[in-house]
Write a new protein. Structure first.
Length: 129
């Protein structure tokens, strides 16, 4: 029983690390996007698709890295990372934006987040270290 508790605690810690890694990667890529938009004539029409791509890649990488250490339940752990990432993102958004509401694009973002978390979990579990 003690082994199982230790394993669960290790999984929780790795999930939190994966979540943190995802947010750090997102921050770095969004900073780069902001610099590109500021100093070039790039159209602002690329903002929404680029944010979706950045979010998906960030969740994929964070989920893969954390599941490389867990080595099991990649689908579940990856889905949790993707889901928590999106939930936290929307909680922050609702705090800082009075007009926040769930839209079709929000629902698409939720699906993408969970799907890329699951994909990252599958990749992470299957990477040979």
């Amino acid at each position: 029983m003690e082994n199982t508790d230790n394993l669960n605690r290790k999984s929780y810690i790795q999930i939190l690390k994966g979540l943190g890694i995802s947010f750090i990667i997102t921050f770095v890529f969004l900073l780069i996007l902001a610099i590109v938009l500021t100093y070039t004539n790039t159209s602002e029409n690329i903002i929404n698709p680029t944010i979706i791509i950045i979010t998906a890649i960030s969740i994929l990488i964070g989920s893969s890295i954390s599941n490389m250490k867990i080595k099991k339940n990649g689908l579940i752990n990856g889905g949790i990372i993707g889901g928590l990432y999106i939930i936290l993102l929307y909680l922050f958004s609702s705090v800082f934006n009075e007009n926040f509401s769930l839209t079709v694009s929000s629902i698409i973002m939720i699906i993408i987040g969970i799907a890329f978390g699951i994909l990252g979990g599958i990749i992470g579990v299957n990477i040979k270290s």
